[in-house]
Structures are given as C-alpha cells and as structure tokens.
Design a protein around this ligand. Sequence first.
Ligand code: SF4
Length: 411
Amino acid sequence: MSEQTTAGQATTEQATAARRPPRPLRHVHRDPAAAPFIVIWEATRACPLACRHCRAEARPDRDPAELTTAEAAGLMRQITAFGRPAPLFVITGGDPFERPDLYELIAEARALGLSPAVSPSATPALTPRSLARVREAGASVISLSLDGASAAPHDAFRGFGGVFDRTLDAWRAARDAGLKVQVNTTVNRTNLTDLPGIARLVHEYGALLWSVFFLIPTGRGRALTSLTARETEDVLNFLYDVGRTVPVKATEAHHFRRVALQRHVLAERGADHERALGLGPLYRDLRERALDTGLIGAERTRRPPIDVNAGRGLVFVSHTGEVSPSGFLPLTAGNVREQPLTDIYRTSPLFTALRDTGRLTGRCGACEFRAVCGGSRSRAFAVTGDVLAEEPWCAYEPGSFPYPRELAGLL
Ligand code: SF4
C-alpha cells in the first residue's frame, strides 16, 4: 500500500471520526475484576471543619490507630502490586493537612510510580506555600469543595464563615502552583438553584473536573433532606446539558450513565428529550438559569462518564486500613494491615458480589442499563440495609426506553 493511499485513508478516517459523535460512555481499560481504576485513602479523620454532610463525621483530633507513615508506604506498595497502568491514588480525609507527614507521603507515592491527588479541607493550612509544597512533593491534582455560588450558602453548609473566600483563594493559588483543580459540590435541597452559578464559577476559574456529589444518607449526611428520584433525574439532565461547557462528573449517581446514553440516542433520533424523559419543573428552572448565564450551547467536546462503581473499579481504604468498596458504604472486606489489598479487592465475597450485576435486585436487577450503571450501592445500603437492592434515587422503569435497538450497540 502506497504511503499516499495510507495518508489518504487516514485523512478520510479522521474526517469520519470528526463527524461521528463521541461515544456517550467511557470504559476503563483494565478488567475491573483484576484492578481498580481508583484507590481512595482516608489518611486521617481529623479535620477542623464541621461540614453538614461529612461522611467521615470528622473530628478535631487524629486517631492514634491511623496508619503510620511506614504503614501508609506499605499500602502504596500494595497498590503498585495491581500492576500497570497504576490505579489513580487519592489522599483524602478528614483533612490530609492534619498529617505532618503529608508531603513525605506524596513524595513516596510519586517515587513508587503512583500519581497522587490530594483532597484537602479549606482551612488556614491551605496557603500558597503549602500548595506549592504539595506540587513540589509530586501531586498534580487537588480537589476543593464548593457548595454554593456565593459565601452565605457555602459557609452555612461548611459550618464556618470565611470558607468560601478561602476556597477561591486556594483555587487561584493551586493553579499558580501548577496544580490541576477538581471542584466537588454536594447537591442538596439548599443549593439546588445555585448549581448553575457554581457551574459558572467552574467555567470561569477553570477546573479539571466538576464532581457533583449526590448525598448518601450516612455520617452527618443523615440529617440533610434528600432529593426525590424525579428531582434527581432533573438535576442529572441539567448536568448533561452543561457538560458541553464544563467537564462534569456525577458522583454516587451512577444513573448519569443511563441518562448520557438516553440523551445520546434521543439526540441521534432528533427526539425531544424533555418530553421523552418526562423532565419536570426543576429541570426547566435549572436550564433557564444556565441559559441566562451562557452556560448552555457551547461546542466543547463532552467528557463521557466513566463506568466505575463501588467495588467495580473503586476501592476505599480507611484511616485504620479497613477496606470498603466505597467511602460511603460502611461494609468492610478486610484490613491492609492483615491482608494485601490486591487479595481483598480481587477475592473478597463483598467485592465479587458487587461486580456481579446479575445479583442486583428490584428495578436495578431487571434493568437493561445495569451492566453500565448498577445504581449507587452505597445509597441502596444506607436506605434499605441491602447492598444489592435497587437504587432509591432512580426513577427509571426498566424496559421503558423506546429505542432498545439503538441502545444495544452502546451498552
Ligand atoms: S434502575 Fe438501577 S441500573 Fe437501571 S438506570 Fe436505575 S439505577 Fe441504573
């Protein structure tokens, strides 16, 4: 084959690829039964803040039973035993800055070939100098929480005044230090109408990702009022709309992947998604607010949601080394002090059950989307006590999507 023909074909293929709409979902490259896509380590539960939704019910003092520096390095070596490509490694809390060995831990992770990300709280410890040290030690990403588009709602949610301004300062300082920033927002009844404003801030300041977290009634989050399943559908569809302008991830709302597939097929069919999906007044209100701020309509490439769920690509290690399928699912499959993380992840009955979507019950068990969605196992457990029960915040009736043939090639 001549070089000219090859180049010509490549040009044709590139042109075809450019015309072809991007795939609506992203799948992990490795078998999720063999290795997680992401390992989240709760380095400490100590934190000076008192956020209303805190999963860890964080407290001011460190637990003497926390993994030591040497044990934490051992955990990192266990993560490298999953092989290449290494899982993403997130150091969270509590507030990781409560550990005096934080920079040492980041450097150790980097030396072992991991790419550590740090998830700090917006405390006075978050200074331009400390963020620069995080970068120098080898982290490339930090996450910051933003639960309101202005100071009043954000500070009320976080339990202290001044946290909103400190978060924006840290955002700028992190960027200046060369760190990428992920912004985390917890959706709750008090900030629903603020979501377009928060998206606007994410767009203006620039972020690697806007991770929108749907509450799990666990920890201090038990005291917050839940959304209904229908409201959740409205918010997920709004997020899909702004996904053209800001890179969005829905956390603990795995049915965002179902929404992405539905919207993709409906768009291909030229169908009215609002009517086809029965979206409600909350969706229309959020969409109008987003249109007012110019957030909808951009032509940026959408970031497809990735197919990861508790125990299926995701593993959480607590401050004392307990291993769970998610930080919001208080079931333990073992402890890294006693058993390698690779064994626990690959062979424990809890993790293997969660990877078998054929064991799901209720609507999730009957759902054509279950292999790519599966619902939030953490919320099912928190609400019903059964980790395999149906997702309580999903309104979908299995089998009701009218274009099954179009879906089949995408699942
Ligand atoms: S019923 Fe379950 S599997 Fe189906 S879309 Fe809803 S949450 Fe996902």
